[in-house]
Ligand binder design. Structure first.
Ligand SMILES: [Zn+2]
Ligand SMILES: [Zn+2]
Length: 357
């Protein structure tokens, strides 16, 4: 055997010994639910009754229903029109009759969004963003892996600009600035056209926001500062004041974002972002002995994509110990309560922001 063959044999042997990523992820990682609950959040149980209504039972075209004047167009042309419709208009068409429902829900974009991002879809409706973006826009964000601001894995969408972002850009104020709509209106004078029909305006939902779990019962209207400036002629853009109260600065970013998984088109896999269970064990050990430093907390709070986690797993001794304890993924090792609760200090009740009981 020459040296090349020997190296190749060693590589194949190592590959055979490497644990399957899905088993390692199951044993040594967990999802930070507390981050998901810090932004606009709806309980999946609130959507289960409606989810099936969004997907027709059959895609065989119902020839007994009419689309009215649209019947003169070839079907392909109507499909093309549907791709261009914003989410709200498409759903209006969807409600016309069974045939419209079949056509509206036929695109790959629609099917993927309803399957993997139905919670975000409802939030988009309820916050007034559905008339500004299409299913293809939402599908584009769904298939974007990393935060557009910092490049880390992004498990969230910043709704006013339909931008993939990570939790830390929400937390650390790295997202485009929002202005309360009521601060913009006085500069517009008497205008018959409402702001919400000229630029994207988000209406926030009652809920519990940020890791401090601040409750907001009212609803607020915000617009992007850049969009607000576009309402004025160049050279006559006023200085619209920013307020510095917490609700307008810190909480607004949480109230304008929601969790959105990443859809890997090639592999057909959904990722929500994972954290390392081993790093929580390391942190707890450090706290019990000499004390934890910034790096220990930083490692514990890091969010990885599946690929990134496998790289981290190779370097994290506590994560590897968990894997050994699992006996190849066949036994569930004991993990800290923080990991079991997805980062939440206690079980959290998710209120229905749509007010149903
Ligand atoms: Zn980021
Ligand atoms: Zn680790």
């Amino acid at each position: 055997m020459d040296s090349h063959e020997a190296a190749e044999t060693m590589r194949l042997d190592k590959k055979a010994q490497d644990p399957a990523a899905k088993d390692v992820l199951r044993v040594a990682s967990y999802h930070r639910l507390d981050y998901d609950l810090a932004v606009i959040r709806t309980s999946p149980v609130h959507h289960n009754q409606i989810r099936h209504l969004l997907t027709p039972k059959t895609h065989t075209i119902d020839l007994n229903s009419s689309l009215g004047v649209l019947d003169i167009f070839p079907l392909e042309f109507i499909h093309e029109i549907c791709l261009k419709l914003d989410i709200q208009s498409l759903f209006r068409f969807h409600r016309v009759n069974r045939r419209a429902r079949q056509i509206a829900s036929a695109s790959g974009y629609y099917k993927a969004v309803v399957k993997y991002a139905v919670e975000a879809l409802f939030v988009i409706f309820r916050t007034g963003m559905a008339s500004w973006y299409t299913f293809s826009d939402l599908y584009g964000v769904l298939c974007t892996k990393n935060c557009e601001e910092c490049g880390a894995f992004g498990g969230f969408i910043f709704l006013p600009s339909f931008m993939r972002c990570c939790f830390f850009c929400i937390q650390d104020d790295h997202l485009p600035y929002l202005l309360p709509t009521r601060h913009v209106r006085p500069f517009l004078g008497w205008r018959p056209v409402p702001i919400s029909s000229r630029i994207p305006m988000i209406t926030t939902l009652p809920g519990v926001y940020s890791l401090d779990e601040t409750k907001r019962t009212g609803q607020f209207e915000f617009v992007l500062e850049t969009s607000a400036k576009s309402l004025f002629p160049p050279g006559r853009v006023p200085i619209i004041p920013r307020l510095h109260s917490r609700v307008y600065t810190e909480l607004q970013r949480y109230m304008a974002s929601t969790a959105l998984p990443y859809f890997d088109e090639k592999e057909g896999v959904i990722e929500r972002g994972v954290s390392c269970s081993g790093c929580q064990i390391s942190l707890e050990k450090a706290l019990q002995s000499s004390g934890a430093d910034y790096d220990d907390w930083d490692d514990r709070d890091r969010i990885y994509s599946h690929d990134q986690f496998m790289v981290h797993f190779g370097k994290c001794s506590e994560a590897r110990k968990l894997w050994e304890l699992s006996k190849g993924g066949t036994v569930k090792p004991d993990v800290p309560a923080f990991v079991r609760n997805g980062g939440c200090a206690r079980k959290r009740y998710i209120p229905d922001p749509f007010g149903r009981r």
